[in-house]
Design a protein around this ligand. Structure first.
Ligand code: BTN
Length: 258
């Protein structure tokens, strides 16, 4: 079980983690962070838990993790970015997690559009960005992060696609230390987010992504798109070259087909 005192001790960040709300069990840290956002809580607040009863994933899916196996947390941010640029926040969070894991666990991490982090082609981390809008644009953003740390196995349905840091390294890992490393990397990169300069983040994210130039299939709710992944658009959309020309998409599950 996380202790609030331990989580705050030695964190020493400027914005992210200025307040930490710790729960043994909660429905969803994203849902809780939204409540904080609606209550005008200043940016930087973090909600972290050992277990979620209703963890949310992308595309309406659930995010399941057994108690005390993972790092499950959400950050409330109020970045002065245009609403249409908000997708870049997923790249910001992915880059911070990738840096922290590579440094702390000494393993190479791959970024997969739009929000996954992989080790040896298997997913160990997902990011769920939820935005709240107001008339003038973005009121706040919630960045929810789920990192599989010490799981020793996964249900059969996802066993061939999911992994944990323990499975990949053969060791268990200290969740508090890794959480600190992730929050520190987020805090370092947040300066660029605040000034609206995502160029280094995009470059670093792209360096960890092996999809560009390859054939892909994207499954969306109502359609499948096939083509070649060309590049990221200025707003983190994925530009695909298809038989109908260039298309930019903002959601979907990507499979590499070559
Ligand atoms: C995905 O890959 O589908 C995104 C998964 C995001 C899961 C995290 S766990 C902490 C936070 N709270 C939630 O309810 N979801 C995110």
């Amino acid at each position: 079980m996380y202790s609030k005192k331990e989580l705050l001790q030695g964190l020493a960040t400027q914005v992210i983690g200025n307040k930490i709300f710790v729960f043994e069990t909660i429905d969803s840290t994203n849902a809780c962070a939204r409540t904080l956002g609606d209550a005008d809580t200043p940016e930087g607040a973090v909600v972290i838990t050992d277990y979620q009863t209703n963890g949310r994933g992308r595309q309406g899916r659930s995010w399941l993790a057994e108690p005390e196996s993972s790092i499950l947390f959400s950050v409330l941010l109020r970045p002065p970015v245009q609403l249409e640029m908000a997708g870049l926040l997923t790249l910001f969070a992915s880059t911070a997690v990738a840096r922290a894991v590579e440094q702390s666990v000494s393993i190479s991490v791959e970024c997969k559009w739009p929000n996954d982090l992989l080790i040896r082609d298997k997913k160990f981390c997902g990011i769920l960005l939820e935005n709240s809008l107001q008339q003038s644009g973005l009121a706040y953003a919630i960045i929810g992060t789920g990192i599989n740390v010490n799981q020793q196995s996964f249900p059969d349905e996802i066993g061939d696609r999911a992994t944990s840091l323990a499975l990949e390294t053969g060791k268990t890992h200290d969740r508090k230390k890794l959480f600190h490393a992730v929050v520190r990397e987020m805090d370092k990169l947040y300066g660029d987010v605040r000034t609206g300069d995502f160029s280094s983040i995009v470059t670093e994210w792209t360096r960890r992504c092996s999809m560009f130039g390859r054939s892909i299939r994207v499954q969306q709710h109502d359609r499948t798109i096939e083509g070649t992944a060309v590049r990221l658009n200025f707003d983190a959309g994925l530009v695909i070259s298809t038989s109908d020309g260039l298309q930019t998409i903002y959601a979907g599950d990507v499979t590499m087909t070559s």
